[in-house]
Write a protein that binds this ligand. Structure first.
Ligand code: NAD
Length: 286
């Protein structure tokens, strides 16, 4: 078998065109969706992600701003900024770029964002709503993965999904969303013994470990659908996923490339969540 590529860049382009239409409609009704991104410190990767979010917002006609704070910013100051934005009517979405410097408690920060403006979908209220299958802001990467699987007509119901990785932002929520789609979900993680015994059994394999090229063709089932979330930079500067693309694509029926796979979908879902927030269709009370 030779896999069909699930290209997130192309799908994102299509979805962003639709989102631009929604933004236009909102603007005609006097509402310009606005995203505020807070970045603390000068980590180059985080700066590049933040710029990407600003550019994507502008492309669909939304407005955005970046609040860049020095790495010495205290937790109290950061919480004060978030409190101000929570109360600001024309700010619809608030995103704090992670990771934060060690002296700031990430969980305090996530919990300080109003659930109605939590377009990253990390607030415990929104996570709880996701767990119970209620309308909410879904975390962007898992939301992007589900959207991509649906767009490629991947049947999830009744399928065995193996998720390798259990982080709060990718592994755990993507498994939950697949469970909500009636899949049977197995989670693997760094303490799992014999990981490949599980990956070989997956109808849908979600790789979110951040381990370059560790899953090879012999570790996947014939005809499997592979979603490679991993982004790993090799010594020569090239980006690669957790799957060895050539050997896994030879056995899979569908696979996401790295780059141009899940990455662009993540930002697209952030735009979608912000537009939803601007519409007032947020998790709380609606
Ligand atoms: P993380 O470091 O928080 O979590 C990694 C997870 O992988 C952990 O749960 C760990 O237990 C598991 N793991 C690590 N080594 C393992 C092994 N050998 N066997 C089994 N499990 C193992 O990372 P994260 O934030 O969830 O991100 C995972 C990867 O996805 C990274 O490469 C990251 O860059 C990428 N990522 C991509 C996007 C995107 O938009 N494409 C978004 C977020 C993260």
């Amino acid at each position: 078998m030779s896999a069909t590529e699930m290209n997130g860049k192309e799908l994102s382009k299509k979805i962003r065109t639709e989102l631009a239409g929604e933004v236009l409609q909102l603007k005609q009704n006097g509402v310009t969706p606005h995203l505020t991104v807070i970045i603390v410190g000068d980590d180059p990767a985080s700066q590049s992600y933040v710029r990407g979010k600003e550019k994507a917002s502008a492309e669909v006609g939304m407005s955005s701003d970046i609040i860049a704070l020095p790495s010495s910013t205290s937790e109290q100051d950061l919480l004060g900024q978030i409190d101000r934005l929570n109360k600001h009517d024309s700010v619809h979405g608030i995103l704090v770029q992670l990771p934060l410097p060690d002296h700031i408690n990430e969980q305090h920060v996530i919990e300080s964002i109003s659930p109605e403006k939590d377009v990253d979908g990390f607030h415990p209220v929104n996570i709880g709503k996701m767990m119970t299958g209620n309308s909410t802001f879904l975390p962007c990467t898992p939301y992007g993965i589900i959207t991509m699987l649906k767009a490629h007509d991947v049947r999830m119901e009744g399928k065995h999904v193996v998720v390798a990785g259990r982080s709060n932002i990718v592994g755990k929520p993507v498994g939950q969303l697949l469970l909500n789609e009636n899949a049977t979900v197995t989670y693997c993680h760094s303490k799992t013994e014999n990981l490949t015994d599980y990956t070989k059994e997956a109808d849908i394999l979600i790789l979110a470990m951040g381990r370059a090229n560790v899953i090879r063709g012999e570790h996947v089932k014939n005809g499997a659908v592979i979603v490679d979330v991993g982004i790993n930079r090799l010594e020569d500067g090239t980006l690669t996923g957790d799957a060895d693309f050539a050997s896994t694509a030879a056995k899979a029926s569908k696979i996401t490339p790295v780059p141009r796979g899940v990455g662009p979908m993540t930002i697209t879902m952030l735009l979608k969540n912000t537009i939803k927030a601007a519409r007032g269709l947020s998790a709380v009370g609606k």
